[in-house]
Each structure stands twice: as structure tokens, then as C-alpha cells.
Design a protein around this ligand. Sequence first.
Ligand code: KG4
Ligand code: ZN
Length: 343
Amino acid sequence: MRVLGLETSCDETAAAVVEVDGAAGERPRGRALSDVVHTQADLHARYGGVVPELASRDHLQRALPVVDEALRRAGLELSDLSGIGVTSGPGLVGALLVGVQMAKSLSAAAGLPLVGVNHLEGHLLAVGLEDSAPAPPWLGLIVSGGHTSLYEVRAPGRYRALGHTLDDAAGEAFDKVAKLLGLPYPGGAHVDRLARGGDPRAIAFPRGLSTRPRAEFDFSFSGLKTAVLQHVRERGGVPQGQELADLCASFQEAVCDALTLRAVRAARAARLPALVLCGGVAANSRLRALAAERAGAEGIALHLPSPRLCTDNGAMIAMAGALRLARGERAPAQLAADPGWRL
Ligand code: KG4
Ligand code: ZN
């Protein structure tokens, strides 16, 4: 199957054409024939976060050129495709609407089948674009600017939510702390870079683990964010030099400790032999190292998709779209955006 994937749920306008083998099977494998991502990071940088209204407007301008470019790079026309998958939730409603309306129009004009795709299913299935994709069942840790969740992937299309963040997403915590420290948006990668020269044990920050008894695999990062703010206030301002590096390393250690501890514990409890990291924060160097260390100690196979597949992209939406199309799913003409769609 050759599927066009379209993604506009947040601040990336992305389109990709993916060739998928065994789309309806246990282990769909995909090869991206093209993968075009236009990021709006610069547009939102001066506001220190995504401005929904600006995101929608930019998607409206970029969506068609990005799709054209994806088709051109794949050397294909719409009539060569088997279908279209589009992110229809969760995400920013105005941003989603642009992609959904665009996909419906292309589908109607070219007579191609269309499915609405859950963005989180896309993140989970992105690993199928790597040569080393694991066979299910496995545990997926989605860590991005908007999400922090643990899912048991029993088979493609069959998921069980094991845990979520109760407040901020991990990437959101990175970005808010970076903003507090005067670093550019999005700040996760800047914190990561500064932390490399710092001592992770310099400051004992809270680990952000929820204390609710029923929330064994849930996360909480807002207390940690407040602790960083308090630390900065108490020392009379944002530190510089080595002290800033130590602060970044200590904060990052608290986030990565909480994420890897819970992920490994969940994998053990559900007897899942493999762990896959997905989402933008999966690019974090300390998270990758600590996950490798802890998964390795438990005999859990760790899969780290390339950073390009971890951040928002059209190829992952094409993968999830192929699965849905192969099973005969079709979006109704009334397909709407579902900003709060739960996987
Ligand atoms: O998946 P993504 O591209 O977009 C969504 O949020 O869906 O993730 C973006 C998030 C941002 O919060 C960004 O700061 C974070 O991923 N991020 C990182 C790193 N690279 C990106 N966080 C920590 N360390 C990094 N190296
Ligand atoms: Zn995402």
C-alpha cells in the first residue's frame, strides 16, 4: 500500500508518502518514499509556546505546498496512492481542522479512501519505519510537548493505556523550565545541551512521581517545575555558567529518573519484553542513556527510533492510516476534528 499521511495537530505541517507491507498484520513495515516537515518553531519562539491561532493560519498556508512537495519527492501523483491518512485528533482544534479539511478535499477530488488517524497511534507505530521494529507485545512510552503516556501495544490497533501525566507533559516541563532559565523556545534541546556539562546530583529535586495509590504508572511534573522556580528565587535569580549547567542536569535527571523508573516498572508488571520510546523528548540524551541502562538491567529490549521519527511527522500518520485502511475503515464525509480523542 502507498499511503499519504498528513499531520497538522500542533506546530508542524507534515506530509509523507509511505509504502507499507503487511499493513493489516502483526508487524506492519513501512518505508518512507518522502517525508516533508515544515516546523513553525520560529513563529512561536517569541511567545515562548505555541499560539493556536497562529498555528492554524500557518497550516492553512503550508498544507498544500507540503503535500505537493511530498508527492514530488516520492515521484508520485495522487492517482498512484492507495489512500490518505490524516491526524484528526488529539491536538489543537483549529490546527487539526486545516489538515482534516485538506485531506477530505484531496480524497474527494482524487477518489481516494480516507481515514482519520489518532496522533498517538501514529507515534506508537512510527517504529515500524525502522528496520529493527519489535514484534508485539511491547510497551510504548510517548513523551512529547503535549503528551506523556505509557501504552501496552498488544498488536497494531490494540492498545491498553497504563499511565499518563496528571498535569504537565514531560516536554512541556522541559520547555517551561527552559523559559524560566531564559533559554530559547522550544527549550528541551537547550536544557539537554547545557546539562551535559553539569552535575545531576548537584540539586535534589523532587522526582515528580504521583503519590496516588491507584496511579502506579502515572506521572506528575508540575511540582518539579515549581521546585525549580523556588530554587531560582531562593538564590536570587537565574544562575550562570557551571551553576546553570548543574541546575539543568539536576532537573533533567529528575524527569528522566521518573520516566524510566515507571516505564521499566510497567514493562515488568505487564510482562512486556520490549520498550519503545516515542515523541520529541525521546531525543533527550540522558533519557536515552538511562532507559538503556535500566531496561538492560531488567532484560527488556529497548528501541529508540531515530529523532526524526520521534518528533511529529507525516510518515507515522501514514503508517497508522495504512493499518486502518487495510482493515477497511473509511472516514465518513462528515469526518470532524476530535481535539480530545483518547487512544
Ligand atoms: O513530539 P514533538 O516534536 O511535538 C509534540 O509535542 O507533539 O515534541 C516536542 C517536545 C518539546 O517540548 C521539546 O522541548 C522536546 O520535545 N524536546 C526535548 C529534546 N528535543 C526535543 N526535550 C528534552 N531533550 C531534548 N533533547
Ligand atoms: Zn506528537
